[in-house]
Structure formats: C-alpha cells, structure tokens
Design a protein around this ligand. Sequence first.
Ligand code: FAD
Ligand code: NAI
Length: 508
Amino acid sequence: FGVLKWLWRLTYLGTFAGLGYVGYGIYISRNPEDQAEPDPNKKTLVVLGTGWGSVSLLKKLDTENYNVVVISPRNYFLFTPLLPSCTTGTIEHRSIMEPVRNFLRHKKASVKFYEAEATKIDAAKKVVYINDESEVKGDSSATEVPFDMLVVGVGAENATFGIKGVTEHSCFLKEVNDAQRIRKRIMDCCETATFKDQPPEEIKRLLHMVVVGGGPTGVEFAGELQDFFESDLRKWIPDIADNFKVTLVEALPTVLPMFSKQLIDYTEKTFDEEKIEIRTKTMVKNVTDKYIEAEHADASGKKVLEQIPYGLLVWATGNALRPVVRDLMAQIPAQKDSRRGLAVNEYMVVKGTENIWAVGDCAVANYAPTAQVASQEGAFLARLFNQMAKTEVLEQELVQLSEEQSKKTGEERNSVFAEIKDVQKRLRRVKQMGPFEYSHQGSLAYIGSEKAVADISVWTGNLASGGTLTYLFWRSAYLSMCFSTRNRILVLLDWIKSSMFGRDVSRE
Ligand code: FAD
Ligand code: NAI
C-alpha cells in the first residue's frame, strides 16, 4: 500500500511538472524576449522566399552574425505535403500555415521581413528589386534592397508547357488559394449539376473531375477527392451519386514514376477499386472552358485526339522556372546551359557567382524538387553561414594577434605565438565543413481510401510498402514533421473533426 501511495504521488508530481513545462513553452512562445538590433557593421544577408528551403535556413541560422532581411510575397510558411487534404476540407488551410513573423520574432537578433515579390536580381550591382504585390499599397510599394550575400529560395511555378487554355481554365495545386479555389469549385460543380432542369449530358460534364498529371500531386489530390465523394458528397447530395467521376490523365505509361514498380501497380489497383479512372499514355494538348483535348493511341496504334468534357480541371504537371530566376540566369554566362533552374555547386553557390546561393526547387543540384531536398539544403546553408561567420571572427583575431606579436619580444612574443597556434587550430577545425550531401529518407504518398504508398530507406536498403498501415505511418510522419506544435495540434483536431462530423460541404 505504501509503494502504491508513492507511485500515485510520483504520477501526480510528473503530471504537474509536465503541465508546467508545456505551460512554460506556451508562455515563452507567446512572450518572446527582446531581440538584439541589427549591427550595420555586419554583412547583409538577403533571403528570398519563405518556403521549405528558406525557412529551414532561417530556423537554424544564428541571426546575430548577419543583418538578415527576408523577402517573400507570402508572410507564412506552408506545409505543402498536407495541401491536397485542404482541397476537400479534411484539413483546414490555416492548420498548415505558420506565420513567419512569429518564428522570426524568436530569433536572437532581429530579422527584417518585407512582404514583397523580388522582381529582379542584379547580380553585378548586388541589389534585389522588390514590389509590394498585395492589395493594400502605401506610398512606397517598389524599391530596392542591397545585399552582401543572397539566398534565392523562391521555389518554382506551375508548368503549363505553353498549352493553350491551361492558365485560364484550370486550377493549380501549389498555394493555399489554389486549394481554396478547388474546394469552392468542387461544391459549385455539385450544386450546379443539381440545378433544376439541368440536361443529363451537362450533369455528367459538371460532375467529371479531371486531374492532369500522374505525379504525386495529381495522385494525392485524386485520392482525396474520391474520399470526399465516398464519405460525404454521395451521402448529402444523393442525386450526384451516379454521375460523379474522377479521371487522372497522364502522358507517361504509368503514374508515380518515382516509386517502385510494385507500388505503381498497387496504386493503379487501388485506384481501380476506388473507381478512379487512370488514362495513361494520354497527353493533353489543348484546354477549353468545358473540355480538354487529349492525344492517345487507338487500338490500331494510330494517334487520336479526344475531347474529354470536365466540370473541374486540376493541372498538376510539375514545375517551371519563375521569371526572376530566368532573368538571373540570363545575367550569368556560367548558367547558359542550365534549363531547369540555377545550377549550383556542392556548397549551393550559384555557379558563376561568389555571393549568391540557391536552395530548393529553383536550384539544380541533381536531386528531385522535393520538400525533403529543399529543407536539407536550407539547413546545410545555415550551418555553412554560421561557420563562415565564426571563420571571419577567428581570422580577425589572427590578424590582431599577428600585429601584437610583431610588437613583442622574448617570452611575451612566445606566449602570443602560442595563442596564434591555438586560433589557427580552431580555424582549421571550423573550416573543415564538407560539401552538401543529401540523405534520402524515402517517398510517401496518400492514394485514397485510407491507404498510402511508401518507398522508405532503411538500414538494409529500400522498403516498399502500401496499405492501411502505411497510411497510419504517413499520418504520423507528416504530423511529426509539421512546423510547430500549434500546427500539429490543429491538424490532429482537423482529422478528428472530419472523421467525427464529416467534411463540410458548404460553399463559402
Ligand atoms: P517553396 O516551398 O515553394 O517556397 C517558395 C517561396 O518563395 C514561397 O514562400 C514563395 O511565396 C516565395 N516566392 C515566390 N516568388 C518569389 C519572388 N519573386 N520573390 C520572393 N519570394 C518569392 N515534397 C516532399 O518532399 N514531400 C511531399 O509530401 C510533398 N508534397 C507536396 C504536395 C504539393 C501539393 C506540392 C505542390 C508540393 C509537394 N512537395 C512535397 C514538393 C515541395 O513542396 C517542394 O519541393 C518545396 O516546397 C520546395 O521548397 P522551396 O523552398 O524551393 O519552394
Ligand atoms: P511531377 O513532375 O512529379 O509529375 C507531373 C506529371 O505530369 C508527369 O508524370 C508528366 O508526365 C505529366 N504530364 C506533363 N504534361 C502532361 C500533359 N500535357 N498531359 C498529361 N500529363 C502530363 O509533378 P508534381 O506531382 O506536381 O510534383 C512536383 C514535385 O513535387 C515532384 O518532385 C514531386 O516528387 C514533389 N511532390 C512530392 C510529393 C510526395 O512526396 N508525396 C507530393 C507532391 C509533390
């Protein structure tokens, strides 16, 4: 009985201490300490973008070493892996957004943030031209920011391959407003299809949801959409049940080409069971407001152009260069052979420059354009910059000591010499930073009906798995990777909310 009493007391104390710790964490996060002011004698480090690459850099960067300026049209970080879930309301978009102001305010030295788009980088003059593209503009809405060091982390825009009608008629899936637009459009199609006296052909068209691009974005979205239909839409709007259809169009012979053959087959089989039609070897050539024109081979192998009517068209065919990146590349002769982005060396330095680095989707370093790569590159740059600052301090110390030594004689001279040796040793250690090495943790994708596929790197090699257990792994992996505890709690609550009450079918 005595032992039980003590156990009870310990549990009680443990809970109390745990709650205190969480409470203190929340208090600190809401009451940041005063920050050191930027030191004009330090170098100005300008960071473009607030995505995976830039934010991962900023998270680990010691801001006391530089005057840090962040420029991005988005004053938040977006956890893109869960963006497809926002298109159907499984997760609310604000749950995967983290304001950059909050986390920058917790850095040791203050960081300037300008909500603006970099319109041009002048590599020779070391200046970035920026524009305030938001709705509210003040007297100053276009200016320039000089830099000593620049990190380009502006990501990529949506590839359209110049196909007519894509930009005008389709929805993309890259940003928060894309997801909101898709969510509205799904409901608009459903409500319009049930409008009085709607002709049967028109109902079919309106309820045909076409996704172009069988990469992970297209596959994850198609899976989420079919889930939405199966668990919510068909219950609340039974009239649409016979006509709602999701089709995935892909130019290559398979979907998810970056996954192993076994997982591609598993995904195709799962889509078949979910009644999502996959049209591989079908290349979209033209888009109008009511149908797409796609080319495929008929039974005799002859190429035919088919019109596929749609109500919602989601275009997910990968990445293209942003104009500001294309313009920068045009200024640097060493970039003339690069097509997919800024060619960088193994230290992420933009080839042909000395003080410009690039991370993420806008950089070409022979890795896939993924969040995993971008965040590792950002973290590497933070370590590199922290180390460069330390090196500079030690080098200055060395110059001072050398001057001091030249003025001394005898025993005093020997003692300064010993100090120089020590600083040189520290300098060698600090300078020993190797080049960037990417460590691939694996690929994960949700494929609908509570199933996911995963190609994960384990000690013994690669592990390919698909199914409901993988789905639970997918959920826990992404939950743990969310930016903050706040995001984690909000995402968890959204999952609980949508499984208890279903997804919201109102059209805002
Ligand atoms: P981004 O994260 O796109 O950030 C670019 C930043 O630059 C943004 O803040 C933007 O506002 C800003 N910017 C744009 N133009 C300018 C300008 N002119 N001046 C200044 N700033 C500018 N990858 C994975 O590894 N796993 C996943 O599960 C996964 N899921 C995804 C799901 C979806 C729906 C999408 C679209 C992508 C997904 N990705 C995933 C890919 C991943 O999101 C990208 O590879 C990653 O975002 C690249 O990071 P980045 O920092 O280069 O660019
Ligand atoms: P993607 O480049 O991976 O796939 C685009 C697909 O569209 C390609 O398979 C291409 O053949 C097809 N396509 C292009 N033009 C076409 C046309 N005219 N008609 C029909 N099909 C056409 O693009 P996605 O999915 O947007 O991904 C971009 C990057 O983000 C990738 O690197 C991807 O790995 C990453 N990502 C990773 C995710 C994950 O790991 N779960 C989720 C989403 C994106």
